[in-house]
Design a protein around this ligand. Structure first.
Ligand SMILES: Cc1ncc(C[n+]2csc(CCOP(=O)(O)OP(=O)(O)O)c2C)c(N)n1
Ligand SMILES: [Mg+2]
Length: 250
């Protein structure tokens, strides 16, 4: 199956996100660009109406807000997100480590009420350094919350440094499995073929699900890729031109 339409969507979303950064004078570029393909795959191919998406790593809010705007919603374009369910923002996030606990509560509530729909939560690898993550995994496993999926944007970089220099996660899949979660690994989190294949895989329905997506921070602008400085650096001068050229912005 060809996913060229999704590849084009990803190209446009990177361009629009870059333009929005310049317009708003703010740029959490690295972690926004590392999750673009997963975000598009979820919204275009995977999620259905009753599902909810929570962006725990809400410093990367701009591409999500742009996707929601394309769907006719009107979320406020801010870094970090304030609850606004009518516009697709189901909880306040941005203080890292809280999206998963909230999503776990939502999934548990749905499970108790026998409501349909999955809860998808996108987390950063940096958030896996926080205790709330592991507490939530214990709760998800205890209640067999098969109606939730956690996606980890495993770009190996946090705010100022690499994870290996900060606090390494090592074999993250092993850790999720040890907490009694299903865990699939996407080797290339920028390949629509692989992302969609992994999401559509048949699975044992009794465990909550995690998907670890290996990604590249700042994916799409080679000059910025894998450089921790582009976590939240303002884009200006020559770097603005480099970015525009690589993204094909005239
Ligand atoms: C509780 C908390 N501590 C610190 C911050 C400041 N902060 C914003 S992003 C970030 C880390 C970014 O790295 P990562 O979490 O891996 O996100 P990604 O690489 O996906 O951008 C930090 C420390 C925060 N938002 N919340
Ligand atoms: Mg990271």
């Amino acid at each position: 199956m060809s996913y060229s339409h999704l590849v084009n969507r990803a190209k446009k979303l990177r361009q629009d996100t870059f333009k929005a950064f310049v317009e708003h004078g703010e740029a959490h570029l690295g972690g926004s660009f590392s999750m673009i393909e997963i975000l598009i795959a979820l919204f275009e191919e995977i999620m259905v109406n009753e599902d909810k998406f929570i962006l725990s790593k809400a410093h990367a809010s701009f591409p999500l807000c742009l996707v929601l705007k394309e769907k006719g919603l009107n979320p406020r374009m801010t870094t970090h997100l304030e609850i606004d369910p009518d516009n697709g923002i189901h909880c306040t996030t941005g203080s890292l480590g809280h999206g998963l606990p909230i999503a776990t509560g939502m999934a548990l509530a749905r499970s108790i009420k026998r409501q349909k729909g999955n809860i998808y939560v996108m987390m950063s690898d940096g958030e896996c350094q926080e205790g709330t993550t592991w507490e939530s995994l214990l709760i998800g496993a205890k209640h067999q919350l098969h109606n939730m999926t956690v996606i980890i944007d495993y770009n190996k970089i946090q705010a100022l440094t690499t994870l290996s220099d900060g606090l390494p996660l090592d074999d993250l899949a092993l850790k999720f499995r040890a907490f009694n979660w299903d865990c699939d690994v996407i080797e290339d989190g920028h390949s629509f073929e692989e992302i969609i294949d992994v999401f559509q895989r048949n699975r044992n329905g009794s465990k909550p699900r995690s998907i670890i997506a290996n990604t590249t921070k700042s994916k799409g602008i080679t000059f910025f890729e894998n450089d921790p400085r582009w976590h939240a650096r303002k884009i200006k001068g020559e770097e603005l031109e480099i970015g525009k050229k690589e993204l094909g912005i005239s």
